[in-house]
Design a protein around this ligand. Structure first.
Ligand SMILES: Nc1nc2c(ncn2[C@@H]2O[C@H](COP(=O)(O)OP(=O)(O)OP(=O)(O)O)[C@@H](O)[C@H]2O)c(=O)[nH]1
Ligand SMILES: [Mg+2]
Length: 309
């Protein structure tokens, strides 16, 4: 055993805590969560509002286990689902030991970021600033941004990272690990996510919907895993339902001659197979459920609280 191993086996020396990543939609929270954890635990897309619920990714740095809580982007919500998403994001922040505010440094402080900045003083936890996407921002602009933001709010520390290239990510991990409270680890050492596989599989298919469909459609659909059967040969048979709100939307998801759903299914099957390290047979069904976004059952499935109105 090396010295780190010895220290890890003694709970008096270990650290463990939760760090919530909050920020505007598309800031790169999920990409950063995956980079910090070193595995894909949360789905990513070029579109805003990809993440809909709290996604926990577990990282280990020296004697610390850090549970990163990826959250839905915070914006001004209108629909019920949007309100549930934003509520869960602030809730995730409120429950964590520390909060990281992720800002797209290329965008700078826009209206959305400003609204979040105004909410930060309500948090009792230490808040760290993470300027993301530094791979596409000039250093002088970055420094000015960091300076301006630290005048607006007393951040514990400022990090500059690229979640995409992983530049600066290890430093975040190192510094946060030292700030986690002393205590025993909550998860086994090799665990990176606490989400059930069926949930992860549904998220992967939803990621493909976000990749392949456009305009309103990604926001008018949701995915659930209905069946998960391990076959005699070790492969897994997965059935999923994609809910949409209109027949016209169903037709678009299916595509001409079923081509769109076929492509989505192939992409999802491949990624799910890689995640669970097994052969996957994936069956996708598309159902019209006009009011799925007003149905408490859908929120339960996502682990979201159902807003009364
Ligand atoms: N250039 C660059 N792009 C990035 C970086 N981090 C994330 N992105 C891109 O930004 C887009 C949004 O990334 P996500 O990780 O899904 O952002 P998010 O904050 O989780 O978004 P929501 O879940 O919608 O709130 C994707 O196209 C990412 O590839 C980065 O460091 N540099
Ligand atoms: Mg996200």
């Amino acid at each position: 055993m090396n010295s780190t191993d010895e220290m890890k086996s003694d709970p008096a020396n270990t650290r463990c805590g939760f760090v919530a990543l909050i920020g505007a939609p598309n800031a790169g929270k999920s990409t950063l969560t995956n980079a910090l954890v070193g595995a894909k635990v949360s789905i990513v897309s070029r579109k805003v509002q990809t993440t809909r619920m709290l996604v926990r990714g577990i990282a280990i740095k020296d004697v610390a286990q850090i549970i990163f809580v990826d959250t839905p982007g915070i914006f001004s919500p209108k629909r019920r689902l949007e309100r549930a998403m934003v509520t869960s994001a602030w809730g995730g922040a409120g429950d964590a030991d520390a909060v990281a505010f992720i800002l797209d440094a290329r965008k700078g402080v826009d209206e959305e970021a400003e609204a979040i900045l105004n909410g930060l003083p309500q948090l009792k936890q230490p808040v760290f600033l993470v300027l993301n996407k530094v791979d596409v921002v000039d250093p002088p602009k970055l420094l000015k941004l960091a300076e301006d933001l630290n005048k607006i709010f007393a951040f514990q520390e400022t990090f500059m990272v690229s979640a995409l290239t992983q530049s600066g990510v290890d430093k975040v991990l190192r510094e946060l690990s030292e700030k986690m409270p002393l205590g025993p680890w909550l998860y086994p050492e090799d665990q990176v996510s606490d989400a059930p596989l069926r949930m992860l599989a549904a998220e992967i298919t939803r990621e493909k919907l976000f990749e392949r469909l456009h305009d309103e459609l990604p926001y008018r659909s949701t995915v659930e895993t209905d069946e998960w059967k391990v076959m005699r040969d070790g492969s897994v048979r997965i059935e999923q339902t994609i809910f949409v709100e209109r027949e016209t939307q169903r037709m678009i998801v299916l595509g001409k001659g079923g081509q769109t759903i076929k492509t989505i299914g192939e992409l999802a099957r491949k990624d799910i197979g890689e995640e669970i390290e097994n052969k996957v047979h994936l069956f996708l069904h598309v159902k019209v459920r006009e009011n799925w976004a007003d149905d408490p059952a859908r929120y339960r499935e996502m682990g979201l609280e159902f807003p009364k109105e």
